[in-house]
Ligand binder design. Structure first.
Ligand SMILES: Nc1ncnc2c1ncn2[C@@H]1O[C@H](COP(=O)(O)OP(=O)(O)OP(=O)(O)O)[C@@H](O)[C@H]1O
Ligand SMILES: [Mg+2]
Length: 262
């Protein structure tokens, strides 16, 4: 079953937040109930949906640090079928305070499992650009890790640390953790981009989504409007490509469900 999708890469600015919001909105548009969770102190996801960090009574910090129930921090957004758990700068203190607690790696996993009736078909977790306690919690909770990557040498290089972490999380907390790499901000005219994209596919095979996200300046503008791209410019290339990604993800979900024994 595919319910929890974690979006992570320790590299900054590779479109983690953009992908969380755009994919979440594309799934919501198809009628799925979607929750997006901001786990980053920068609160970019929160801001992109038109909320001020600090205006919400409950945020992801309350879940991570004070064991608040998951559903107590959910807020409706202006987008139908799309809810948000906002973030605040306090979440940063998790990196310092969590590792001294017992079972701290599975706080988020348990918060999701303990929700009494789960109203969401998809939960998408937007991680900070680091592989610390917050990201490790998000990996332990995930059915699928989506790794946005630019077709740049250093981005491809950063995948090594992620692969090491995936192995550790599988061994210790989440044996079924699957991953898929998503190539973002691709410039098809750029030869280096094309070469690195080809190399990623040669190295990771099925571990790379067929869908790629090309550069689209409309994706830079939509946070200013406080709307996902699919609502801000519904016909933009970015909207189309994130819709195709949503379809590919749903096919993947169907395949994995068929593989589970009845
Ligand atoms: N396909 C795209 N085309 C053009 N610009 C994009 C695209 N995707 C994302 N961007 C822009 O790139 C910048 C970084 O994106 P985003 O904030 O989603 O990355 P991030 O990985 O979440 O960053 P951080 O590591 O700081 O959390 C933003 O200004 C965003 O609008
Ligand atoms: Mg971000």
């Amino acid at each position: 079953m595919l319910r929890v999708i974690t979006i992570s890469n320790e590299k900054g600015g590779v479109a983690k937040t953009t992908s969380t919001l755009s994919l979440g909105a594309a799934l919501a548009e198809l009628g799925h109930k979607v929750l997006v969770v901001d786990l980053d102190a920068q609160a970019n996801l929160t801001l992109s949906l038109g909320f001020e960090p600090g205006e919400s009574e409950r945020t992801s910090s309350d879940i991570m640090l004070d064991n608040a129930p998951l559903l107590s921090a959910c807020r409706k957004t202006d987008v139908e079928n799309l809810d948000l758990i906002p973030s605040s700068s306090r979440i940063e203190t998790s990196e310092q305070f969590l590792p001294v607690r017992t079972n701290y790696m599975t706080i988020l996993q348990r918060a999701i499992a303990n929700a009494p009736s789960m109203p969401y078909e998809y939960i998408i977790l937007d991680c900070p650009p680091a592989l610390g306690a917050i990201t490790q919690n998000a990996l332990a909770a995930a059915d699928l890790l989506l790794i946005p990557t630019q077709a740049e040498y250093f981005s491809a290089y950063a995948l090594r640390n992620m692969m090491t972490l995936i192995r550790r999380i599988r061994e210790e907390h989440n044996p079924n953790l699957a991953y898929r790499i998503l190539v973002t901000m691709l410039d098809k005219r750029n030869r280096t981009h094309r070469n690195i994209h080809d190399q990623l596919r040669a190295t990771f095979g099925e571990g790379v989504f067929n869908t790629v996200i090309e550069i689209d300046t409309k994706l830079r503008e939509s946070p200013i409007a406080g709307l996902p791209i699919t609502r801000y410019k519904t016909g933009a290339r970015g909207s189309t490509q994130y819709r195709v990604l949503a379809q590919e993800l749903m096919e993947y979900a169907k395949e994995t469900e068929n593989r589970q024994p009845a």
